[in-house]
Design a protein around this ligand. Structure first.
Ligand code: COA
Ligand code: MG
Length: 286
């Protein structure tokens, strides 16, 4: 199990942010060459990311690089620059709309020395949402789907309200596709940097929709998000009691009652997952 509660974007041409990221409690860092970088700064961002990978110690965090569209020269140059970087665990592909483009990216990645890397796919267009099942099944190197809710809002002409009514179908469809194919799935960003209550609510909603974590744009969003996507102390305690009771009974009961609630094998499996998650978070330290 890989912790992916907080997934922080860092513009590839922002040297200060790339340095700061080394000391931030983000589970995953996305070094961005795409939307956060103006067209004129693409080369500088590529150089900035390579320099950051050489100079900074990002410890045990997963490092992902978001490249430009693989069907453009910029995207192909990004892939070429990143593929052989051993510290990078995955390449994030923007605006994925077909299984073909995932397979094409995998082909280029392997060709350029990136066999060790995984692929992540952004789902941020109506076509991407409609094709998400085949995208999620496209290649076994694909590990994570990431919602791009800003692009999706624009393309769908749906306003970004607090309740995100217009996105429920798209978000749930992507969660279902991820679960069908054993992928993780990360929610979109919350753009109101000073609205802590709003971020908290957005995290809780994302968790209830089934997301494993949330993409973020600023360090001040980390603490709330890490906490929201971590099991609460009460949930951990309840899981511990459930597993202990189940194991004490020999682990082969069809059903039992623990703390006044029905427990079946599936609940015990869920409880073990909660405990494993809590353990990983304890190791990370926050
Ligand atoms: N990752 C790491 N560090 C970041 C950061 C990020 N995404 N955003 C800001 N910081 C750092 C700043 O460098 C600054 O560092 P310092 O303490 O060493 O001075 C500190 O956090 C405070 O930053 P602040 O002054 O509040 O913000 P800013 O004006 O420098 O940047 C944004 C604001 C929105 C431009 C910036 O947060 C950003 O570019 N975010 C990412 C946007 C993005 O990637 N979008 C694409 C995906 S939607
Ligand atoms: Mg986008």
């Amino acid at each position: 199990m890989t912790l992916r509660r907080s997934v922080l974007y860092i513009p590839g041409n922002n040297a200060k942010a790339l340095a700061k990221a080394a000391g931030l409690p983000a589970d995953v860092l996305i070094l961005d060459l795409e939307d956060a970088v103006a067209p004129a700064d693409k080369d500088a961002a590529r150089t900035g990311v390579l320099q950051a990978l050489r100079e900074h110690d990002y410890a045990d965090r997963e490092i992902v690089v978001r490249i430009n569209d693989i069907h453009t020269d910029t995207g192909r140059e990004d892939m070429q620059a990143i593929a052989a970087q051993s510290r990078v665990s995955a390449v994030l592909l923007p605006k994925v709309e077909s299984a073909d483009s995932v397979q094409h990216a995998r082909h280029l990645l392997v060709e350029q020395g990136g066999k060790h890397m995984g692929l992540w796919a952004m789902i941020e267009t109506p076509r991407g949402v409609m094709q998400v099942d085949s995208i999620a099944a496209a290649d076994k190197s694909l590990a994570v789907l990431v919602m791009g809710t800003n692009d999706l809002a624009k393309a769908m002409r749906v306003p970004q309200t607090p309740a995100r009514e217009g996105f429920q179908y798209a978000l749930s469809r992507c969660v279902l596709a991820a679960r069908c194919h054993g992928l993780d799935v990360i929610d979109g960003v919350y753009i109101h940097l000073d609205d802590e209550a709003g971020l908290q609510a957005a995290c809780e909603q994302g968790l209830r929709l089934g997301f494993d974590g949330k993409t973020l744009i600023h360090p001040k969003q980390l603490a709330i998000t890490n906490q929201a996507f971590a099991p609460s102390a009460a949930a951990v305690e309840s899981a511990r009691r459930m597993v202990a009771a189940w194991d004490a009974a020999g682990g082969d009961k069809g059903v039992m009652v623990v703390d006044g609630r029905l427990v079946e094998a599936l609940h015990v499996e869920e409880a073990r997952r909660t405990l494993a998650l809590a353990e990983r978070i304890a190791v990370r330290g926050s």
